[in-house]
Write a protein that binds this ligand. Sequence first.
Ligand code: AMP
Ligand code: MG
Length: 369
Amino acid sequence: MVIPMYSNESEIKAAGALIRAGRVVVFPTETVYGLGANALDADAVAAIFATKGRPADNPLIVHLAGISQIGLVASEISSTAHRLLEEFAPGPLTVILPARADLPRVVTAGLDTVAVRVPAHPVAQALLRAAQVPVAAPSANRSGEPSPTTMEMARQSLGDRPALYLDGGPCAVGLESTVLSVIHDQIRILRPGAVTEADILALLPDVTVHSIASGVGLADPARDGGEDGSGGRGFAMDPARDGGGRVVPAGAESPGLRHRHYQPKAQVSLWETAGRVRTLLARSDRTNHTVMVISPVSMKPAIDQEISQAGGRVVVRSYVDLAEYARGLYAWFAEGDDAGVATIIAHLPARDGLGAALRDRLTRASGEA
Ligand code: AMP
Ligand code: MG
């Protein structure tokens, strides 16, 4: 059994003092590890961008100890946004609000809106209380790489650039937070995450939810057309729902979504059918490099058969459910990069629940988004 090493109270206090002193620290959250600094200190926030090599036009999420701190960074909050945060905070939900005039615009990449989240991880909570200031934090990796879901992954990416690393064990969610823009009763999912469309509609049945385009309505990334008789049209957009909330497609409007993101060094290709895995294996170089296949446990017998027929160097990582896929995805990417894997053949799950977030990250990782 592996016992996770959690940072203790004195390390967390030291991290809080470093943040108040304008330094940058790595800390765990339930989504991914964050690279945090005092959101009210423009120089400290600039140091985050420098540490990551992050483009200045990609805004940061401000992390708060509780909803009661929202007034430190936002000028107002709508009743819809408030209800969402009351329900899902602390947790993997980020909401965009109008920014206070005195919030340094380096945080928001010049926008007059600010993204806020209350993380649930006990180490993040303890750090935010120790720091006593709002903490701006993107994921703790060099820009463009997949997010770290363990402290070791963050350290591999950022080395000795941050002043301190806090350890909270492997992240329970493993994918970045759901990001919502809320304007009156119109909600846009700018980034899908563990708080899903269905979760939002269950709480607020009368709102309209617009979903971002990535991983939805995609032109055929994962099927061999015709193989299953569908002509490869496996990705039809959800039709707008009748009765209660509606789900309609929306273009990406979140600045960060323009940037290359979530990509491991390996070429990522997506599959839905064993036949597609056969095709992708046949195209891969399994002599000079190892190929990684990610498969649901339910399809593993069929995939194992394809692999034994193809021959060569192939490893399989399998998952029982989407929560395990979300927790494992970035760690498998990192493991593949460490092992010199050149091709990752990753299963593209259905859109339900966490499937929307996984499809978004997978299509971006594959370069098909
Ligand atoms: P990261 O810090 O890498 O998890 O990314 C945070 C993401 O939140 C950014 O890439 C943006 O897409 C989104 N975001 C943060 N602030 C805003 C904002 N004010 N308006 C719209 N999207 C935002
Ligand atoms: Mg990131």
